[in-house]
Design a binder for this molecule. Structure first.
Ligand SMILES: C[S@@+](CC[C@H](N)C(=O)[O-])C[C@H]1O[C@@H](n2cnc3c(N)ncnc32)[C@H](O)[C@@H]1O
Length: 309
């Protein structure tokens, strides 16, 4: 089945689908460094452009449309101002792209979206309600949504994300079962890492500080299951927010390769960008194991539905 990938980043979502046998035929992201990583690792080459600058007619028809789109409040804009105001709210662009495919007589069979855990509560529930309304009532899809934790799918990272799966017909979709966790963060560590990843004596007190003023939070390092990787990981965070490990008796941050592993990317995945870009890309990515488990369930649901017809 052909897949169009919007907001592809370095390709976590895409990799999970390709591993399940789907064929990504078109991908896009605005970030040139993410596209660089994507393009050295995938046969299909992503286009680096703002999705609003892309001519919709150039986006091919597809069976499955996937995307982890940035979360934005819809209520920031006054609905009465109409189309001009819709620009910038990326979910509306997704709607336009799907509409264009429908008008060309090729409605995608499945839509897959990933977003932050808090999507359902974002902007007092209005963001999710609007997304669901567009998908169900404007585009006529059956919508399934669930929060899944990457740690339940074999990678030692607590990462709760909202997944929205939509079908163009009545399909009995079941979210993937938890497979559990057999490894820890320590099992994924590289050995003999460069000195630059170790914390200097100068920065150590700041990193290990438990907070200032009214804010106090106990720091912990060497967690067996990592805290969620975040896109701003290149900046040093306190040890109560980020992941630090002890190796050779010294404390260090994670390397980009370790972050890739925590997101389910294989070691054959090439990292052609600077550390700070790599941290951002893996911090933004969908965990490959979760994406793959969802893709497999979609295939199963479609097979059952076809056999029933
Ligand atoms: C959460 S990340 C996607 C991660 C990706 N799905 C993965 O699994 O690796 C969101 C992406 O949206 C991209 N983005 C944000 N605004 C955009 C726009 N206007 N046009 C195209 N891409 C955009 C960002 O550069 C970022 O890579």
């Amino acid at each position: 089945m052909d897949v169009v990938s919007l907001f592809c980043g370095c390709g976590g979502l895409d990799l999970g689908f390709e591993k399940a046998g789907f064929n990504v035929v078109w991908a896009n992201d605005i970030d040139k460094y993410a596209v660089k990583t994507y393009n050295v690792n995938f046969q299909n080459k992503a286009i680096c452009q703002d999705i609003y600058e892309i001519n919709i007619d150039e986006i091919p028809n597809c069976d499955v449309l996937i995307g982890g789109f940035p979360c934005q409040p819809f209520s920031m804009m006054g609905e009465e101002k109409g189309f001009a105001d819709r620009r910038g709210v990326l979910f509306f662009r997704i709607e336009e792209i799907i509409r264009a495919m429908i008008n060309r007589g090729h409605k995608p069979t499945v839509l897959v979206f990933e977003n932050v855990r808090n999507l359902k509560n974002h902007d007092k529930g209005r963001t999710f309600a609007k997304i669901k309304d567009i998908l169900e009532n404007n585009l006529n899809y059956r919508v399934y949504s669930k929060i899944l934790n990457s740690a339940d799918f074999g990678v030692p990272q607590t990462r709760n994300r909202t997944y929205i799966i939509c079908f163009d017909k009545d399909v009995n979709f079941v979210f993937p079962q938890k497979i559990g966790l057999k490894i820890t963060l320590q099992d994924l560590l590289e050995h003999d890492v460069e000195q630059k990843y170790y914390l200097s004596d100068k920065i150590l007190p700041t990193i290990l500080s438990s907070g200032t003023g009214g804010y106090f939070s106990q720091w912990k390092i060497d967690l067996p299951v990592a805290r969620p990787l975040c896109a701003t990981m290149a900046k040093m965070h306190r040890a109560n927010q980020d992941n630090y490990v002890t190796q050779n008796g010294k404390i260090r941050r994670l390397t980009p390769r370790e972050c890739a592993r925590l997101q389910g990317f294989p070691d054959s995945f090439i990292i052609p960008v600077s550390d700070s870009q790599a941290y951002k890309q893996f911090g933004n990515a969908v965990t490959v194991n979760v994406s793959n488990a969802i893709a497999i369930q979609i295939k199963k649901a479609l097979e059952v539905s076809e056999n029933e017809q």
